[in-house]
Design a protein around this ligand. Structure first.
Ligand SMILES: [Zn+2]
Length: 607
């Protein structure tokens, strides 16, 4: 019989347990031990300290692998060390890419607009070719679905003339349009920013440092970006007749040593306990004020405050300042997933990502979570900001590098409204310290304190397994309907319903396992396989390109079953993919059900 079920902690919080067991995970507030922890953390986090850390971190430009980033890492480490918070600094080589310069000219004219290139663009000392207007991103084909490693564009009738020419397209430079235009044989691409500005971005579909599986996807296409009005001028020239353009791009792509600071706050007397992982990127475009020196400051204050109140923690808190986000496509978080995979699998209760908080003029709260943490996000934001928010599904646009491990995800957002000019300084040299509002940052940090307080302080881990199972049932039905009934997922639905019903019985009994680390571990073992098939299209260990963001991404090819003739090769190949993915899903659901049944048995024995 596991010890700890009848611990003094559990007895002291008996009243809270009844509430948690019946309405889990919706208990937030000082009446619970987790609430007590969160209140203590919020009292310890001051606007003054957030301001001081923000100022120090944003003093430097911080592209990954730069002296500025290292100075920011040194600052974070020195503050943690002075407070006695254990911190490791991992050093590793990562494949990074810094945009250096770009030019777009029309030979024989004075047209020479401001231009930048993008991280992982192809490099060229000069490519000269006819310009062809392909419109907007919506005019480009998408990518073939259901493949992790080969990314081919869908058939694109009418775009054959792009071959050997410089494509002009309005939209933000991203990996999908870059891949598509490279595959179509374009000589280069000029992205026209939809606004009168230039935003630094990254155009590779590799995730983390490239591997032998993904390295072939590094772009070779030269990519430049110009402002909206300069795009208008090029289009006006095209209306008068053929235009030849010359594009140059210089990028500094290669291996750089990166440093990753990881603070570990252990609950008192419980070394090796499950932990929540809090992460955000310390590298930035330019001075990275709200993207995201302010977030780094919040993470630092949270690490200090939780450490000061670790006597109230039941689980650990690991805080990681990721390098390699902006110019290495999440190389820091991916390195951590790669090198701490087993530890994360055994002990990680959630990955809490922070990106872009503390924005001056922020007015809209939001959250993205995996299904099991949606209730926690809703409760925290309702209590802390007085606003009802439905959590959305996390995209593949930040350090979501732990889906293969199977960590539930949570991110709280607080952003500017379009009518206030939107987030106009994002990824530009204007993202400076003065864009941070420390009062907004304090509000945002407190919301994270509430969420983390629950995750590391609650007697019953606030991850909702019923919501996970129900989201899976819904996703299976949706995917089957997209197949037009050609893919039979009824067995998987029936298995997922069995899982949901076992999960409901567990939820009703979970209070009995309060404060019991083994109950957390068993719940997480049930969650992992579900999370993986809901978020990862293929391998759990080799990062996917991050381009398929919908539930059960391995079932993306169902649309082929309605688009193609049943006798075609493509239909047959899609069906083979789908039958194999169905096996993967069935295995995952059955594995989860076994774990849930075991947990239920132990909880019933504990009554
Ligand atoms: Zn960011």
């Amino acid at each position: 019989m596991p010890s700890g079920i009848h611990s003094s902690r559990a007895r002291r919080s008996a009243a809270a347990l009844v509430f948690l067991a019946s309405c889990q995970p919706c208990a937030v507030g000082a009446q619970t031990r987790a609430g007590e922890l969160a209140e203590a953390v919020k009292a310890a986090v001051t606007a003054g300290a957030l301001d001081r850390h923000s100022l120090e971190i944003t003093r430097h430009e911080r592209p990954s692998g730069s002296p500025g980033e290292n100075a920011a890492v040194d600052y974070v480490v020195s503050v943690l060390t002075a407070a006695g918070v254990p911190v490791d600094v991992h050093e590793f080589m990562a494949y990074t890419s810094n945009p250096v310069s770009a030019s777009v000219t029309v030979p024989g004219t004075d047209f020479a607009p401001a231009a930048i290139t993008l991280a992982f663009s192809g490099a060229t000392a000069g490519v000269e070719a006819a310009l062809v207007d392909v419109g907007t991103l919506d005019d480009l084909p998408g990518l073939e679905v259901g493949t992790d490693e080969r990314l081919d564009p869908l058939p694109a009738a009418g775009l054959e003339h792009v071959r050997g020419r410089v494509a002009l397209v309005t939209g933000q430079p991203r990996n999908v349009p870059t891949t598509v235009l490279e595959s179509l044989g374009a000589a280069a691409v000029i992205f026209v920013n939809p606004e009168e500005r230039l935003n630094d971005l990254i155009v590779t579909s590799t995730w983390g440092t490239p591997s032998l599986r993904s390295g072939h996807r590094l772009p070779t296409l030269p990519v430049a970006q110009i402002r909206r009005s300069d795009g208008d001028r090029l289009r006006a020239m095209l209306r008068d007749g053929p235009v030849t353009v010359r594009v140059t791009t210089e990028v500094d792509t290669g291996w750089k040593p990166l440093r990753l600071a990881v603070a570990r706050v252990e609950p008192e007397g419980s070394a090796g306990a499950p932990y929540a992982l809090l992460g955000g990127h310390i590298d930035a475009w330019y001075h990275g004020g709200t993207d995201e020196g302010a977030s780094n400051a919040a993470m630092l204050e949270l690490a200090l405050a939780f450490h000061a109140h670790r006597d109230l923690m039941r689980r650990g808190l690991v805080v990681a300042w990721w390098p390699g986000h902006s110019n290495a496509r999440y190389a820091g978080s991916t390195w951590f997933a790669d090198h701490y995979f087993e530890e994360l699998r055994q002990r990680g209760v959630a990955y809490v990502n922070v990106d872009g908080i503390g924005q001056s003029g922020a007015r809209r709260f939001g959250a993205v979570t995996s299904p099991g943490l949606a209730g926690l996000a809703r409760t925290v934001i309702a209590a802390g900001a007085g606003i009802e928010v439905e959590a959305g599904r996390p995209g593949r646009n930040s350090d979501q590098s732990f889906n293969g491990v199977g960590l539930p995800l949570l991110q709280i957002n607080h952003s500017r409204l379009a009518e206030d000019g939107g987030y106009w300084w994002w990824h530009t040299p204007d993202d400076t310290y003065d864009k941070i509002d420390v009062d907004v940052l304090k509000v945002d940090t407190d919301l994270y304190a509430d969420a983390l307080g629950e995750l590391v302080g609650a007697e019953v881990l606030p991850v909702d397994l019923v919501a996970e199972a129900e989201a899976m049932i819904q996703a299976l039905r949706w995917r089957e309907s997209l197949s037009g009934g050609a893919l039979d997922l009824s067995e998987a639905v029936a298995e997922a319903e069995r899982l949901a019903s076992a999960a409901r019985r567990v939820e009703a009994a979970r209070g009995r396992g309060a404060g019991w680390a083994e109950a957390d571990r068993m719940l997480l073992r049930a969650l992992r396989p579900i999370h993986r098939v809901m978020f990862v299209p293929g391998s759990n260990h080799h990062p996917d390109p991050g381009i398929h963001g919908r539930p059960l991404p391995g079932l993306e090819p169902v649309s082929i079953l309605t688009d193609e003739d049943a006798g075609s090769d493509r239909y047959g190949f899609a069906m083979a993919s789908l039958v194999r993915e169905r096996n993967r899903i069935l295995e995952a659901v059955r594995e989860a059900t076994v774990e849930v049944s075991r947990l239920l048995q132990l909880l019933e024995m504990a009554s």
